[in-house]
Design a protein around this ligand. Structure first.
Ligand SMILES: Nc1ncnc2c1ncn2[C@@H]1O[C@H](COP(=O)(O)OP(=O)(O)OP(=O)(O)O)[C@@H](O)[C@H]1O
Ligand SMILES: [Mg+2]
Length: 263
């Protein structure tokens, strides 16, 4: 995903990295060891709180290659979610730079950032955030509808994705009719709807018991083996043991890194 020349000139705004690979389940991309999908350079995020400022992230430099599976761990309040939101273009840094597939996040307008996230970044949250009145399939279809995918195609892809996460038999269920682990798997299928280059997850097993958490861990494992780049924030030691690289944060900075079994 190198498009830096055009990026430097501010062109190619609607460009879709890996357009040629927008087929298949879930989001297969040939990992290229030299290709850095995500680059955060001396990135910081302050929150203005009246006269005080909270320095939530204080100069993080982090580079993530295509196909990597990375966990960010650390004590509550150390800035993990703030950093993940910066890495996924949900939020803009106060200082430093974030680029995803060569696109600089801090130079995007709000509209561009929204469109960019819709097409290139999948998010999974602790609390699922499914639409309770829609069926599982309709929930998975939503990001495709927003991206302008035709109805027949999005229904077909939503079915494929639900089958991929093991929920082919649940497509007509609404979230209240699903277990927590099933709801999270629908949320993962929804995150994959537009073939994102990057899957970001904030405490994806945080609301689940050990057994259903293990289903999500197994699913992430399979997704990563199938080529999806994953960055996950977690307190779950089982999940942190499943990744290729563990980044340790404390007080807004990265203090340590170690290799996991998937490296
Ligand atoms: N919108 C905000 N406005 C002001 N301060 C914030 C905001 N969001 C987060 N913070 C502060 O920034 C710091 C980092 O918060 P963050 O949510 O990134 O921590 P975290 O590592 O994800 O914690 P947890 O493990 O509890 O989820 C905290 O001190 C928090 O209070
Ligand atoms: Mg958090």
């Amino acid at each position: 995903m190198t498009d830096t020349g055009r990026e430097a000139r501010g062109e190619g705004r609607e460009e879709v990295p890996h357009e040629e690979q927008r087929e298949g389940v879930p989001t297969p991309r040939a990992p290229h060891p030299a290709s850095r999908l995500l680059e955060a350079t001396n990135v910081s995020r302050d929150y203005a709180m009246g006269p005080e400022a909270v320095h939530a992230v204080r100069g993080v430099t982090l580079s993530i290659a295509e196909g990597e599976y990375v966990a960010i761990v650390g004590p509550s309040g150390c800035g993990k979610s703030t950093l993940l939101n910066l890495l996924g273009a949900i939020d803009r840094p106060t200082g430093g730079s974030v680029s995803i597939g060569g696109r600089r996040v801090e130079s995007m307008s709000d509209r561009e950032a929204t469109r960019f996230r819709l097409l290139h970044v999948g998010f999974v949250f602790q609390r699922f955030y499914l639409m309770p009145t829609l069926t599982a399939r309709e929930n998975v279809e939503l990001p495709m509808a927003e991206a302008g995918v035709a109805k027949a195609e999005r229904q077909g892809r939503a079915r494929e994705l639900l089958a991929y996460v093991g929920l082919a038999q649940r497509e007509r269920h609404r979230p209240p009719q699903l277990s927590g682990g099933e709801q999270q798997r629908v949320a993962i299928a929804r995150a994959l709807a537009n073939h994102p280059a990057l899957l970001l997850a904030d405490e994806p097993t945080g609301e689940l018991d050990a057994r259903t958490g293990a289903e999500v861990i197994a699913l992430f494992d399979r997704l990563n083996r199938d080529g999806t780049t994953i960055v996950v924030v977690t307190h779950d030691e089982e999940l942190a043991r499943a990744v290729g690289r563990v980044v340790h944060m404390r007080d807004g900075v990265i203090v340590d890194e170690d290799r996991g079994p998937r490296s």
